[in-house]
Design a protein around this ligand. Structure first.
Ligand code: GSH
Length: 303
């Protein structure tokens, strides 16, 4: 049985990014379904408070955010590679997708599906954004979101005219998986890819990767695994404090920069470098955990 446990839900585009990476690499993994809205007591017992999806668990090590999850999967399963080094601009594409394109895809798909979204989902996402989400306003936002999506995806279409089959180059890389997940979400809102033939072909190629070998599990089983495991030794090359001025051993808080309301994690700083940060979190239900975050996209502060 694989020790990789993905906590996710089927509608999540960021989870689709990881599921597709599992497919590309032909990995076996365990699947735990998380509620789509808060409260998520089982997930937050494992993360120390982070509620977003997906989260990857290996024993008592918890990896938050797809950037770090994908890096961990790449480290454990290096072939076939999806590393940025094989192509160009993977991180730049990821940032553009996260900060710009994703919001347009959400505006489009939420607007198109506005009449079918449960009230509780709208209330939950409004609380997470710290701003109201009303059905009529969501519907009114669709034409602009569609125009913007078309303009941005036109850039990708032009880029894919080159002989490379992937935006990352000859092989799929982080940019491909991030972009795929966001386009996948727009397609859930019935966004029409027909005017973008190269993008459609690329989309089909990414979709054809599948999701690897998934075995369904439960939150209880995942928490029992965490409780009976010890966090793995940390793999930071240097244990020196970095430019943040924070010291190992002090209590810190990690908060997402985007949609951060109420999702901070507090713990003891046990590892830090330019790419990631690790906190020791003592969970009532799961014992000692190492909760890992990327530096990109998260604010790290003294608690
Ligand atoms: N930067 C994060 C973003 C994750 C994210 O925003 N996930 C969405 C679902 S696709 C989410 O968690 N929304 C709120 C929720 O489900 O509680 C990542 O790459 O994992």
């Amino acid at each position: 049985m694989s020790d990789l446990i993905l906590h996710h839900y089927k509608e999540s585009p960021y989870a689709e990014k990881v599921r597709t990476l599992m497919g590309h690499k032909g990995i076996a993994w365990q699947s735990v379904t998380v509620p789509r809205i808060a409260p998520k007591p089982d997930l937050t017992a494992l993360t120390g408070g982070y509620r977003k999806v997906p989260v990857l668990q290996r024993g008592a090590d918890i990896f938050c955010d797809t950037r770090l999850i994908c890096a961990e999967i790449e480290r454990l399963h290096p072939a076939p590679s999806a590393a940025a080094a094989q192509g160009h601009f993977g991180a730049v594409i990821e940032h553009w997708v996260d900060v710009h394109l994703f919001a347009k895809a959400v505006a489009y798909t939420f607007g198109r599906n506005a009449d079918h979204l449960p009230d509780a989902l709208l209330a939950d996402r409004a609380a997470l954004r710290g701003a109201p989400l009303e059905r009529e306003a969501l519907k009114a936002a669709v034409p602009l979101a569609e125009q913007e999506l078309r303009r941005h995806l036109g850039w990708v279409e032009a880029g894919l005219q080159a002989p490379s089959p992937f935006v990352n180059g000859k092989h799929p890389g982080p940019g491909d998986f991030n972009l795929y997940a966001t386009v996948w979400f727009a397609v859930q809102g019935r966004f029409d890819l027909t005017p973008f033939p190269a993008l459609s072909t690329w989309f089909g190629r990414m979709q054809g990767m599948g999701h690897g070998q998934r075995a369904d599990s439960t939150p209880e089983a995942a928490m029992a695994i965490a409780a009976e495991s010890r966090p793995r030794p940390l793999t930071y090359e240097s244990q020196l404090p970095d430019a943040s001025g924070l010291e190992l051993g002090q209590m810190v808080c990690v908060t997402p920069e985007l949609l951060g309301h109420g999702t901070s994690v507090r713990g003891e700083l046990v590892g830090i470098d330019g790419e990631r940060v690790s906190l020791l979190v003592l969970s009532e239900r799961c014992g000692a955990l190492h909760v890992h975050f990327p530096r990109q996209g998260y604010r790290l502060m003294a608690a």
